[in-house]
Design a protein. Structure first.
Length: 474
């Protein structure tokens, strides 16, 4: 994204005056040390075409505020102690929550991409979409973005893919968000309900509603490696942060959460929860598996360390899709919930389980409301943007996505996303949203910043749940 010159000048003026537009000090996210040590530091020793490394100059050769500890002969990484010192230096050159007001990010960034006018060490990044720049930006944006970043750096042999399941079909379409073309089509998984991918991009896991199995698909071959029997008919699926466990929501009464060991490829535990389960999620900090029941109108919270039910949150109606907001330390702040027969969403305080807000989506003038085939879910599809500043909620009644700001939940825009939108997913950099229009057999691609449609991708029959992953590619 290119910033207009006037905005850049204004930003620089404000920067000089020491004013941070937008982010109040109290709301600024904390900077995470581990993310810095493991993700950001490697950037300082990496070689870019025709340029010296950051360390070569900032390891003592030039006297600036950006100082890196020297690396011992032959070492490729700093000690934790040295990393602390690097962290303290880098911290002084960034503004938490505001990458574009952070000298560490704007100084080596090309002027045409919004960088500042000159860096004695040269311009190291041509665009803000550069993977290294995105890594720095995610660190500066705070823990939620840092958590999302686990999927945003793209190693060799892998690429970002939107996985679009076809709920009336037998598989999924893989879309390349760089071109918006379908690159591969998976078949052999009948009525896939949910999908997730392993953190290393070597596998997809899909729930199979016909066989009552979790189907394990190898990437990039698309071979079905295993079909793991479940305790009943499944609905949605989620994966632990380390990728070692997959949680499957069992919709068949009495309902449960099946735990799949991804190394042994075995169903190792059936966790009793409150009621039959529709959707299941792992919270951004990885601590909890959160499962919702439609008939019991209850959210079950399962501790991922022990795989036991720790508490339940009853609400006023059936639990449909959910999304999560996080506190500066990365822990879960609120659960956003779409409810049966409610055209909007509610927010629930994660700590107390109390409903804290209820937002109803207004009617859209000039659009005819659709009430047919809603299956009790007028609003179905929720996602929080990777930087944690926007909430997108889709309406089957009007075929629109309603966009709200976070944390204050003010509607900031809406966009038409096709007939019967059911689910949506962001690209890892947060720039694009992919909405499954179940009634159009199409995925609508929307620019997240402008909230304008940029493409339509034809997929299979009745596309519902989708996911973003960095998969191994042919
Ligand atoms: C060839 C040497 C060289 C390399 C390589 C280099 N820099 Fe610099 N850097 C400088 C010099 C010289 C300055 C001081 C002049 C200026 O501000 O441009 C500087 C200034 C900076 C500043 C401003 C510090 C302050 O005191 O305000 C930042 C931030 C910075 N560099 C970051 C980086 C990063 C990040 C990298 C690697 C991606 C990098 N530099 C690579 C030479 C280098």
């Amino acid at each position: 994204m290119r910033r207009p010159t006037s905005a850049r000048v204004l930003g620089l003026v404000l920067l000089t005056l020491g004013v941070t537009p937008g982010v109040a000090a109290a709301q600024r996210p904390a900077l995470d040390f581990d993310t810095f040590r493991t993700r950001v530091q490697p950037i300082f020793t990496a070689r870019r075409d025709g340029l010296q490394t950051c360390l070569t100059c900032h390891g003592g050769k030039v006297g600036t505020r950006f100082r890196l500890e020297p690396l011992p002969e032959g070492a490729s990484d700093w000690s934790v102690e040295a990393a602390r010192k690097n962290f303290d230096s880098a911290r002084g050159l960034v503004k938490p929550g505001a990458p574009m007001e952070s000298r560490l990010l704007t100084h080596p960034l090309d002027r045409a991409a919004g960088g500042d006018s000159f860096h004695g060490g040269g311009k190291h990044w041509a665009t803000q979409t550069d993977a290294e720049w995105q890594t720095l930006a995610a660190w500066v944006r705070g823990p939620q973005a840092a958590a999302n970043m686990r999927t945003s750096a793209v190693p060799a042999g892998r690429a970002v893919r939107i996985i679009q399941t076809n709920a009336a079909g037998d598989g999924a379409h893989l879309i390349d968000p760089a071109t918006n073309l379908v690159t591969q089509v998976l078949t052999g998984v009948d009525i896939p309900h949910g999908v997730t991918a392993s953190p290393d991009g070597a596998r997809m896991y899909l729930t199979n509603e016909v066989r009552h199995t979790l189907d394990v698909v190898d990437m990039p071959s698309l071979a079905v490696r295993a079909r793991i029997p479940l305790s009943g008919r499944p609905n949605n699926v989620a994966i632990s942060r380390d990728g070692r466990k997959v949680y499957v929501g069992i919709a068949q009464a009495p309902g449960a959460l099946d735990v799949i060991d991804t190394e042994a490829l075995k169903n190792v535990k059936t966790v009793p929860v409150k009621g039959s389960i529709h959707n299941v999620y792992v919270t951004p900090d990885g601590r909890w598996a959160v499962a919702g029941s439609i008939p019991e109108k209850t959210i079950s919270i399962v501790d991922t360390a022990t795989d036991t039910l720790t508490r339940t949150i009853p609400l006023s109606a059936g639990i449909r899709p959910m999304a999560f907001t996080t506190k500066p330390d990365g822990s879960t702040d609120r659960i956003i919930v779409q409810l049966s027969d409610f055209h909007g969403f509610v927010t629930v305080d994660f700590a107390t389980g109390a409903e804290t807000a209820r937002i109803e989506h207004p009617a859209i003038e000039g659009e005819h409301p659709h009430r047919d085939g809603l299956q009790g879910a007028p609003a179905h599809g929720l996602a929080v943007s990777p930087d944690g500043t926007r909430l997108w909620s889709t309406s089957k009644v009007y075929g629109y996505a309603y966009v709200h700001s976070l944390p204050d939940l003010k509607e900031v825009g809406r966009v038409f996303v096709g007939q019967h939108p059911e689910w949506l997913t962001f690209t890892p950099d947060g720039r694009f949203v992919y909405v499954a229009a179940a009634g159009d057999n199409t995925v609508f691609v929307v620019n997240a910043a402008t909230m304008k449609e940029i493409a339509r991708v034809p997929v299979g029959h009745v596309p519902k749940r989708n996911a973003t992953a960095i998969l191994r590619v042919p």
